[in-house]
Design a protein around this ligand. Structure first.
Ligand code: IVH
Length: 738
């Protein structure tokens, strides 16, 4: 922890500066000075965060200062200030506003960056809806406003709640702040009894400049861009501050509705306008990709003169009954896409190439750059992907950047597309230093020295050290405690690194024995800088709280290659329990299909490999994932580590499908033959939404086969096995959609 607080140290006065001294070596006067300094720094940070929404330090640094403060107070209790930062309440940023659970999730948008992706978007939608290439299909096109989204709930025409998006499910209640915005009506006439209007809060460029000028004149923090200014102004605990900030609002979407607004997106936007909302005047109905792209160019041409920031164009399927059929993926609608404007670019020097080792052993080269501002953000790192990318080749050996390789010392062009990690677009060969040499990709792991091997057909070098590689072990642990995995509060990446470095935890199972090993009397944990009895207890309680874990989270947490959240959920749904899953995986490990060395041999061995066939027969689980799963679980050391973990846990069987009252919940359904009223993808999505498992092959475990015209071997097999078979209309009647 002393190291983190040491981030404060500044060059030459390091030796005289108490901030550079470890807590247990501070003299009393130094401790007093340090407590004063920390109180001032934390106070400034709190104010910057809460009142100005312009954080002056990263959260990790803030936390480190708080811990250092607490550690000094623990050593010198008599020096504790009356206004000690450790007693301050409401300092935790997220605690400022009450939480609001959205009745209809607030979605984000998937992104497209070029024209071809828009054509693909149209093709994808037609395929899903079963529309021919020449069938009419209209879209809307409108600017993507660079602000923050807000959901406004009106009941009986009165604004009752305004909430930010938050994580999509839970946002912050900012009702009083929203009431101060002129574009947001307090009352609506002629609106549905319940209506949630959604749109973007933003600040015009002129208002942003003026606000910054006022802030600067008053000696207060200025904002980096209009978006930050809008976010900072809306998220004010004191609504009178929001009132003094010139915020605006464009309506473009909706959440819960007691009555539909219209039949089309365009009609609904018109209705929102009639109700008194501002809608974007550049919203246009388009008959297909050609018109959508024309509207994109038109909006792009006006971008500089609009007076507010936009970062792309959003296309939405116009027909709302199509939108309904298309539905949502986990976080984005299938019926909309954001076509982003090209990224901003800047030239800078490549100072070094570092190699990072990930949890699956992949070696990722990272460019260390002379810091440069790109689109308002200082960039000092960029991804270099892999060996071929640095050498100027793509995965197929074709030249990229006209075949120019990247060398340390080169002038490189950096860009940011959306919020993704910065990338390099180009190299300026005319500025290449004479002594620059081609980059030699390492063939050993920089962390553990094991061989780093690039397998045929793979773009990536992988460390072969497995569990002995400290980088892989730490990354695996970080993944294990991450949000979508075990999500252990208080045990973040930093602490995992420290615990690992100190030898406290080497593998996931060790997390669950921490209390037994270090918790007795809490002495050892309390001895760590910044830790007290309360924080230690909180951590142990958070860990205990996760001993009971849903199967899908455990599967995802294992960090097996290719096994993402979606696949983990699919496997959990199929197998239900950890025992059923391990039985299948262990069975598959001993079967000829797993031993097969190519796809053909694998297929031939399928009839003699029932477990392998079961795993790969699950819709959404391919051979690559099955192989990674079975390989990992059958490696002796890995498996022993997983078993040690499983023994610590109470693994919850996969949750019963949410729609347990649906007639197909929990049933395994196979669709075969052609469907006429819906596409295969749509049928599958609908069945899964109703709690059914959709499988690609018929087996004794199949409950129902939906057979359309042309059904062949699968229908025959179902007949042999005596499985219930219905046609498409029968299926629609069964799920109540006839
Ligand atoms: S529609 C379910 N339309 O972009 C559809 N979003 O990157 C939800 N945004 O969270 C969004 N302008 O905050 C939509 N014209 C527009 C938009 C827009 C800006 C924001 C919105 C969303 C984010 C996704």
């Amino acid at each position: 922890m002393a190291e983190q607080a040491g981030a404060e140290r500044s060059g030459k006065d390091r030796a005289h500066d108490a901030s550079a001294i470890d807590v247990d070596r501070l003299t009393e006067p130094q401790a007093q000075a340090e407590l004063d300094r920390l109180a001032a720094a934390l106070d400034a940070a709190d104010r910057a965060y809460h009142q100005d929404d312009a954080p002056v330090m990263p959260d990790a640094e803030y936390d480190a200062l708080k811990r250092r403060n607490a550690a000094i107070e623990a050593r010198f209790p008599a020096l504790k200030r009356a206004d000690s930062p450790s007693e301050r309440v409401g300092a935790a940023p997220a605690d400022g506003f009450a939480k609001v659970t959205h009745t209809v999730r607030m979605m984000s948008l998937s992104n497209a960056f070029d024209d071809a992706e828009i054509a693909e978007f149209d093709t994808r939608i037609r395929r899903y809806l079963g529309l021919d290439a020449d069938a009419p299909l209209a879209y809307t096109a409108e600017p993507k406003i660079d602000g923050l989204s807000l959901s406004l709930r009106y009941e009986d025409g009165k604004l009752v709640q305004a909430a930010t998006r938050g994580d999509g499910s839970v946002g912050e209640n900012v009702t009083e702040n929203a009431r101060t915005i002129d574009d947001i009506p307090d009352r609506l006439t002629g609106a549905p009894a319940i209506i949630e209007v959604r749109g973007e809060v933003y600040m015009s460029r002129a208002d942003f400049e003026a606000l910054n000028a006022r802030q600067a004149a008053a000696g207060q923090k200025t904002f980096a861009n209009p978006r930050n200014a809008a976010a900072g102004s809306l998220r004010q605990l004191d609504a009178t501050i929001t009132k003094s900030r010139p915020l605006r609002f464009f309506a473009y979407s909706w959440g819960e509705l007691s009555d539909p607004l219209a039949d089309t997106q365009m009609g609904a936007i018109g209705r929102l306008e009639t109700l008194g909302f501002q809608t974007n005047p550049l919203t246009e109905r388009c008959d297909g990709p050609a018109q959508m792209l024309a509207q994109y160019r038109k909006i792009e041409a006006q971008r500089a003169t609009l007076g507010y920031d936009i970062d792309g164009v959003v296309y939405k399927v116009d027909d709302l009954s199509y939108q309904e059929r298309l539905g949502f993926r986990s976080t984005t609608p299938r019926w909309a896409i954001a076509h982003k404007f090209p990224a901003e670019l800047a030239w800078t020097r490549l100072e070094a190439i570092d190699i990072q080792v990930g949890r699956t052993g992949a070696l990722s080269p990272v460019a260390r750059l002379t810091p440069v501002t790109v689109g308002g953000v200082v960039v000092s790192n960029a991804t270099l992907h892999n060996e071929d990318y640095i050498a100027g080749r793509d995965a197929n050996g074709q030249p990229i950047r006209d075949g120019k390789d990247i060398r340390v010392g080169d002038w490189v062009q950096v860009y940011r597309a959306g919020d993704v990690i910065p990338k390099l677009a180009d190299v300026d060969l005319s500025k290449r230093p004479e002594d620059a040499v081609p980059y030699a990709f390492p063939t050993t792991c920089p962390e553990c020295g094991s061989d780093a091997i690039r397998e045929e057909g793979d773009a990536v070098h992988r460390c072969t050290g497995g569990l002995i590689c400290p980088a892989q072990a730490v990354e695996k642990l970080k993944h294990f405690v991450s949000r979508a995995a075990f999500d252990i509060e208080g045990l973040g990446s930093k602490l995992v690194e420290e615990f690992y470095a100190d030898g406290w935890i080497a593998e996931p199972a060790d997390i669950f024995t921490l209390r037994d090993r270090y918790g007795s009397g809490l002495q050892q944990l309390k001895n760590r800088e910044g830790w007290g009895e309360k924080s230690a207890n909180n951590l142990f309680e958070a860990i205990e709280g996760k001993r009971k874990i849903p199967l899908q989270r455990l599967l995802f947490a294992l960090g097996i290659r290719h096994l993402g959240e979606v696949a983990a959920a699919t496997l959990a749904r199929h197998f239900g329990t950890w025992e059923a899953l391990t039985t299948a995986v262990d069975g598959a490990a001993a079967e000829p299909a797993f031993a097969a060395t190519d796809a053909k041999a694998r297929k031939a061995a399928l009839p003699d490999s029932p477990h392998w066939a079961e795993i790969t027969g699950i819709d959404g689980i391919g051979d690559t994932l099955a192989e990674a799963l079975v390989t990992t679980m059958s490696q002796e050391a890995e498996r022993a580590s997983i078993d040690r973990l499983a023994a610590m846990l109470e693994i919850e069987a996969a949750a019963a499908p949410q729609t347990s009252d649906s007639p197909v919940a929990g049933k395994t359904v196979v669709f075969t033959g052609s469907l006429e009223k819906m596409t295969r993808a749509e049928a599958k999505a609908r069945a899964e939404a109703l709690g059914a498992k959709v499988s690609g092959s018929v087996s004794a475990k199949t409950d129902l086969v939906v057979a359309g015209p042309g059904a062949g071997s699968k229908a025959k097999k179902a007949e042999e096995l005596g499985i219930e078979m219905i046609d498409e209309d029968g299926w629609l009647a069964l799920i109540g959609q006839a």
